[in-house]
Every structure is written in C-alpha cells, then in structure tokens.
Design a protein around this ligand. Sequence first.
Ligand code: AMP
Ligand code: ZN
Ligand code: FE
Ligand code: FE
Length: 284
Amino acid sequence: MGGGVDLHTHTTASDGTLAPRDLVREAVRRGVRVLAVTDHDSTDGLPEALAEARAHPPLEIVPGLEINCDVASGPDGAATEIHVLGYCVDWEAAWFQEFLREQRAERRARVVRIAARLAELGMPIDADEVFALVQEGSAGRPHVARVMMARGYVKSVREAFDRYLRAGGPAHVPRRRLTPAEAVAVIRRARGVPVLAHPALAGRDELIPELVRAGLQGIECFYPEHSAAQTAHYRALCRAHGLLETGGSDFHGPRTGRPNPPGSPAVPLAVWDALKERALLCRA
Ligand code: AMP
Ligand code: ZN
Ligand code: FE
Ligand code: FE
C-alpha cells in the first residue's frame, strides 16, 4: 500500500458517519497519502481533518466540498441530479461560508418538505428527529433514510432511496437552489477547481459542454460504481476536452452500504499532481 489518493470522502459534517479525525485515521490505515474531504455544502470538517493529518506525515488533506444540484428533466422527462465537487477553494472566505450556510438552510427546508411528502405517503416522520441526527452538520436524504429505517418503513438506506427518495421517486422533492452550471461558477468564484462527480450515475453527458463553458475543470472518472467501460469512456472525454481525470471512493463511513473503503478504487498519484497544477491556474 502507500501512495494512495482519494479525492472524494464525507464526514459527520455532512452525511458521513465518521468524525473528520476518524476518517483521517481510517484513510491512513488504508495507505492513503492524499485525502480530499468533500462534505456536502460544508467545509466544517476541514479544521479537524487538517489538525489530525499533522500527526500522520506525509498525509496531505485537500480541502473540498460537493454541491448536489437537481436538473428538472431530461429528454425523456426524467428528473436527475448532478453533483459538482470543488477542490482547493478559498473556503475560509466570509462570502463563501455565507453561501454554504444558505445551502444548508435550503437542505433543512427541504427535509421539512420531504417529511410532508412522506406523511402524504402514509409514512410520517418528524423533521426534528432528522435534525437530531444531523446536529451541526449538513442535512440530507441519508439522514431522512435513517429515520425511515428507525420507524420501520424500510429495511435499509438503499431501500429508502430506491423506493422513495431517489430523483424522480415518490418522495423526491427537488432543491430550490443552483443549477449545475451555477455550482461550477461559484466554485470558480471561490478560486477552486470544479469537477463533475460520478457522471455515470446521472448518465447525462449532453450536459457536460455547458458545464465546461461555465468553467468545469475535470471529471471524476475513477469511482466505485463506474464500470471499467464507463471509466474508460470518461477518461477519453477528459483527454478530448483537456479536462482533469479525478477519482475517489465517496466513502461515507463503515456499514453505510457503500462498498469501498478510503483509497479505493486506486487513483494514480499523477492525478494529484495535475490537480495541484490546475488549482494554481484557477487561482491566477
Ligand atoms: P442529498 O445530500 O440529500 O442530495 O443526498 C445525496 C446523498 O445520498 C449522496 O451523496 C449519497 O450519500 C446518498 N445516496 C444517494 N443515492 C443513494 C442510494 N441509492 N443509496 C444510498 N445512498 C444514496
Ligand atoms: Zn453523501
Ligand atoms: Fe455525490
Ligand atoms: Fe459524495
């Protein structure tokens, strides 16, 4: 092991189940040397992750975040979501933190709307139960799913998504926030590097050119749920458009129904060198 790169992970600052300190320890145990912490609409896990990393040289922490966006409908009329990762942003800037606070406020308002929808479907939940799980963090559907499980409406988080919460599902309530192009633009405004997350999950490649015009710098090619063919397809797309090929585990903690530990799938160390170079260009 050693030399591992993982550019996509979550902590208790959003819907991960490990505190930043414990995520860092787990990553180190798995041989990760470059770890991006990319919580949803929050950078609140970064100070603790950076502090813990100082005890594990030569581990490097890449400051990041993930912004989830809803897209109304595709050619087939299907609702879908596009996730945008941002790396090396000026995360301490006051305006950017204010932006993240607004994002999180809409996340909480959305939980209330989802709870109302679930009540209509005969599965009442209390939004306050969801917020109790979230504490200071960024609320999301995984927290809703955990409450649904506790109430016995579903047996797993995955079942909650598959049957109710997925984009276009009966309890899906879209966010009232940014378009994917606006998410890309806000990351550029914060002098960061915007990357399209796990594109095969959305399967909406026709949206990519607009994102590139908005300033997109890369595509997450190496991802647990990407097939070898999908990885190859997005790597070719990156080469054709001069985009970075990035990757990561999207680890949310043990026993969260996600198969991959930190550092898996393998991401070439050259990806990190290329990202650092882009980060410098995006700051210039
Ligand atoms: P939200 O933050 O409300 O947009 O919820 C998105 C998060 O839900 C993702 O980042 C994943 O952590 C999780 N998620 C999405 N789809 C599924 C699924 N099918 N099964 C389990 N978790 C999922
Ligand atoms: Zn998540
Ligand atoms: Fe995502
Ligand atoms: Fe993620």
